[in-house]
Design a binder for this molecule. Sequence first.
Ligand SMILES: [Fe+2]
Length: 231
Amino acid sequence: MLFRQLFDKESSTYTYLIADINTQEAILVDPVLEQLNRDLILLNELRLKLSYCLETHLHADHITATGKLRKHSQCRGILPENADAVCADRYIKNGEILQIGNVKIKAIATPGHTNSHMAYLVNGTHLLTGDALFIRGCGRTDFQNGDAGTLYDSVTQRLFSLPDETLVYPGHDYRGNTVSTIGEERKLNPRFAHKSRDNFIELMDNLKLPMPQKIMEALPANQQCGNVKYY
Ligand SMILES: [Fe+2]
């Protein structure tokens, strides 16, 4: 398997390129519009055929590159089921497996940051946590029908039940971290370790974070899978 973590500095977003080296089929998870050229060049250099663009959720902080990538590569765009958008080619459900060559990607419903969110477990070893779980943090729960109690249940029941050695690859990082493990986060993540569900809800309700700068343009654009006129 080819597994590559890519970073967009402006939105601190990680995009993941995953491919089967033998069949040369590839998937991009959470591609960012401003990084379209970077991703197209890399796919071309590695002689990969983009089969799917997969989103963990509808993003509020950046516009997806899926719409543009669909035009360049005829890849299919996939969103979690119940996402508030009708533009996807396919919607993925909890437990469903997406396969490219020998690479298996299992969707794990992890709502709470938004009411429609999937984490993806790649070949049983690499967990893409989206905005449900960050390294020593987690995504906010104060818009897009987010709910702190639901996020606590998703992370503690569905992600922390995976084996300790499972690698954690988040959707964002704001402090320079790249990878962690489930064992490490269960023990050290300050949002969850030694916190009850009520403690967590209180903490999340009092974060007082500013709205993402791009929310007014990113959300409507992502509801159209990034097919926006002004780009
Ligand atoms: Fe998000």
